[in-house]
Design a protein around this ligand. Sequence first.
Ligand code: ZN
Length: 166
Amino acid sequence: MQNKMSRMRKINEIIIHCSDSNYGNKALINKWHLERGWDCIGYHYVINNCYKTYNDYMKKSPDIKNDGNIEIGRPEHIKGAHCMSHNAKSIGICLIGTRNFTGNQITSLYELMKRLICKYGKLEISGHYKYNNSKTCPNIDIEILRIKFADDVPSIESLEEFYKKF
Ligand SMILES: [Zn+2]
């Protein structure tokens, strides 16, 4: 019988994306990706803002509780479909939005990054634009994000200690 670890891929990188839409969630991106003929959503995680649908956004009717919610997309052990030639060893995370992400989304992104680093060890943190010159996705400076994250997380050892408490 196969256990979870034997099915697991080797992960060495987190690649961050944005949805390039002002609204959306896992269900909507899944629908978009199915329409492209893919098996399911190409990202492993989606971090929501407060607008799930186009109508919510147009009516300016925010769902505050949804802001920063992390949804699980494609299972981690299955290779994603989010960054050409870099899917095999990476985890793809998509922030809903175009460029102005909320504080709750960034807090959730850090939390998710911590959990993944704790699980897989040291991971490279990259933006989609690093591998595609024609893209600016996710429209945030990953260098700055990385520096802020490093301030937050002094070492992987300290993270492991932190998560042992749960
Ligand atoms: Zn992208």
